[in-house]
Design a protein around this ligand. Structure first.
Ligand code: BTN
Length: 252
C-alpha cells in the first residue's frame, strides 16, 4: 500500500519522497521559498546532513528512521510558531501510541520519549517577513528500525523496534502522523493552541515532575501546567514562572 492509501484527507497533503537528501528541512525551505503549498511534505529515506536542535547532527542513515518535513502557511505571527512544534510532538506521540501500543509521552516542548529515552525529535524553522509568518518548516525524525545507537546515544535514544519488538510500516506511520497533525493543526489555526492543550497535557511526561530547565540561566522547578500558548508553567519554590523556550531534563 502507498502512503496516500492511509491518508484521511488526500487533498491537503502533497508528499514528495526522496531516497537521499542532505536534510529534508533544507529541501522544504527551498521549496517553501519557491511557493510550495501548505501541506507539502518532504520525506527522505536517508539524510547526509540531518540537523537536530542546537546545531546538533541528527543521525538518519541506512533508511532506519522516518525523516520528513512539513510546510505550513498559517496566518499567524512568527512568535506563535513554537505552538506548531508542540502540535507536531502531540501528533507523533498519538500516532506512535495508536500504531504500536508503545507508552510514548511528550517531554516539553516537543521531544517524544519512552521513559527517559528519546524516540522522536522535531526541528521547526520559520521564515517571516517582519512580524508575520511566511511559512514554517516542521522537521520530524522518528527512530524506527535502529537496534543499536552509537556512543552516548545508546543511553538516551530508543526506537520503535526496541520498544515494541516489531519493524513498523513507515508509510503507515507517516500517514498516521499526518492525519493527526491535520486535525490538531486545523484546530490550532481556527481557535488557537488552547483547543488542543488538554490533549497535549494528557500525554505530558513532565507535568507534576521536578525538572531542570536548561537555558541561559538553568534552574530546577516543578512543572505544573501548560499555558494557553504552549508555554511551560513551573513552580520555583513558591513562585510561578512561565517558560517559553529551552530544554528540559527530567529529575526523578
Ligand atoms: C532534535 O534535535 O531533537 C531535532 C531533530 C530533528 C530531526 C529531523 S529529521 C527530518 C528533519 N530534517 C532535518 O535535517 N532535521 C529534521
Amino acid at each position: 500500500m502507498d502512503i496516500k492509501d492511509y491518508l484521511s484527507n488526500k487533498d491537503f497533503w502533497d508528499i514528495l519522497c526522496f531516497d537521499t537528501l542532505s536534510s529534508t528541512n533544507d529541501e522544504a525551505r527551498r521549496l517553501g521559498f519557491d511557493g510550495a503549498k501548505e501541506g507539502t511534505v518532504i520525506s527522505a529515506k536517508n539524510q547526509t546532513n540531518g540537523r537536530g536542535s542546537k546545531g546538533r547532527t541528527w543521525l538518519s542513515a541506512d533508511g532506519e528512521g522516518l525523516c520528513f518535513s512539513v510546510i505550513t502557511r498559517p496566518n499567524i505571527a512568527v512568535d506563535s510558531v513554537p505552538a506548531i512544534t508542540l502540535i507536531a510532538g502531540l501528533s507523533v506521540c498519538t500516532a506512535i501510541r495508536r500504531l504500536t501500543g508503545i507508552d510514548a509521552l511528550i517531554k516539553w516542548p516537543n521531544d517524544v520519549v519512552v521513559g527517559r529515552r528519546k524516540i522522536c525529535g522535531i526541528l521547526s524553522e520559520s521564515f517571516a517577513s517582519g512580524y508575520d509568518l511566511d511559512f514554517a518548516v516542521t522537521g520530524i525524525g522518528i527512530n524506527c528500525d535502529t537496534l543499536c545507537f552509537p556512543g552516548e546515544l545508546e543511553t538516551i535514544a530508543t526506537s520503535v523496534i526496541i520498544e515494541s519488538g516489531r519493524r513498523i510500516n513507515k508509510a503507515r506511520l507517516l500517514a498516521e502522523v499526518l492525519n493527526e497533525f491535520e486535525i490538531n493543526y486545523r484546530a490550532f489555526v481556527e481557535d488557537g493552541f488552547e483547543t488542543v492543550c488538554e490533549k497535549y497535557k494528557a500525554l505530558s511526561a513532565v507535568l507534576g515532575k521536578t525538572v531542570k530547565i536548561i537555558g541561559a540561566q538553568s534552574f530546577e522547578a516543578v512543572a505544573v501546567d501548560i499555558g494557553k500558548g504552549g508555554e511551560l508553567i513551573v513552580l520555583e519554590g513558591n513562585a510561578e514562572r512561565a517558560v517559553y523556550s529551552g530544554e528540559v531534563s527530567l529529575r526523578f
